[in-house]
Design a protein around this ligand. Structure first.
Ligand code: MG
Length: 334
């Protein structure tokens, strides 16, 4: 095989087959990934959750992951947030002519590794090659499906006054990592993306209680955006305790240098739970026992007043409205 992707790799020719067999099949290997037009699968009875997401992160490789790992985690986590165990994924690649095959192999390997870790099978895929300059290096779209655990019913519209709000770890690491990886600010900080598949964390919680109102992954827009979304969807107010919000000192440092609010920096391995107060300790303890959510914390609660608003309470007793950023804070972070 040549060492870069050529237009021939996307033409359905011998080269396409080499690419599929040499790179994708060997890394994704499972009996459901066949050479037929579509995968033939079975799901359990009951409700399913299905989601799709496109990934255009720049740079495509960053401390803590790459676009491949991100493409698996993003879709797995969206399905998991509905209380569904992710089962099958498809992936579609758009690759720029001239992209190094060695790099594609690294991306495919982390997709395979992450899929196995998440317990999902990649069952179908597609590769298209675009001419030089028509696409920036590599874009990946993943679609996933899984069965919703019986008895679970979560939605952004289900938050209720009195609910405790739990975040599963320190916030803003992914956004901060991508920002620094672009080398535009000349800041040296040891920060890695939190990118991780989170079904096992949600499963651990559901094993303790199914009385969960909302689960959402705080991706683009960060925890702050998720909180505003829920406040609007559920017609409630949100009250946060500033000093309870976990932020890595490195992320805090970068944010204060650049005037950024960590609440609005993307995470790729953090969940926000809204749970009845009676369930909060159970949920917190289940999360703390899992990898990637050891530092879970209750950061606030849902209020009847201040509908549609997120209020920050500081340690000295001051109350401020969390202001909302306008426009795109950081383009191409996922
Ligand atoms: Mg999501």
């Amino acid at each position: 095989m040549e060492n870069v992707i050529t237009l021939a790799h996307g033409s359905g020719s011998i080269q396409t087959n080499e690419l599929i067999n040499g790179i994708f099949k060997s890394n994704f290997d499972n009996p459901d990934l066949t050479a037929d037009d579509a995968a033939v699968l079975s799901l359990d009875e009951g409700k399913i959750a299905m989601s799709t997401d496109g990934f255009i992160v720049s740079p495509y490789e960053f401390p803590g992951g790459n676009i491949g790992k991100l493409a698996i985690c993003g879709t797995v986590n969206d399905i998991a947030c509905m209380g569904a165990k992710p089962k099958y994924l498809t992936c579609s690649y758009i690759i720029e002519e001239g992209f190094p095959i060695e790099e594609l192999e690294k991306i495919a390997k982390s997709m395979g590794d992450t899929a196995r870790k998440a317990g999902v099978q990649i069952v179908a895929g597609d590769t298209k090659v675009a001419g030089k300059g028509q696409v920036d290096k590599i874009f990946i779209t993943t679609t996933g499906v899984g069965n919703i655990v019986e008895g679970v019913n979560t939605s952004g519209a289900f938050a209720k006054p009195g609910d405790k709000i739990i975040v599963t770890g320190d916030i803003g690491r992914h956004g901060c990592t991508i920002l620094l990886a672009r080398n535009e600010f000349n800041i040296d900080a040891d920060i890695t993306s939190d990118c991780a598949p989170l079904w096992s964390n949600i499963e651990a919680v559901l094993n303790e209680t199914k009385d969960i109102h909302v689960i959402r992954d705080a991706t683009r827009g960060g925890v702050g955006t998720v909180l505003y979304e829920i406040a609007h969807q559920s017609n409630v107010g949100i009250s946060l305790e500033s000093e309870k919000i976990p932020v890595d000192p490195g992320v805090r440092g970068v944010c204060s240098m650049l005037g950024l609010e960590p609440l609005y920096l993307a995470c790729e391995g953090r969940l926000v739970f809204f749970v009845p107060a009676s369930e909060a300790d159970k949920v917190l303890n289940a999360l703390k026992a899992c990898e990637n959510s050891e530092k879970a914390a209750i950061i606030g609660e849902v209020t009847e007043d201040n509908v549609g608003k997120v209020i920050l309470n500081t340690a000295v007793g001051a109350k401020t409205l969390l202001s909302r950023p306008s426009g795109e804070l950081l383009p191409r972070i996922c």
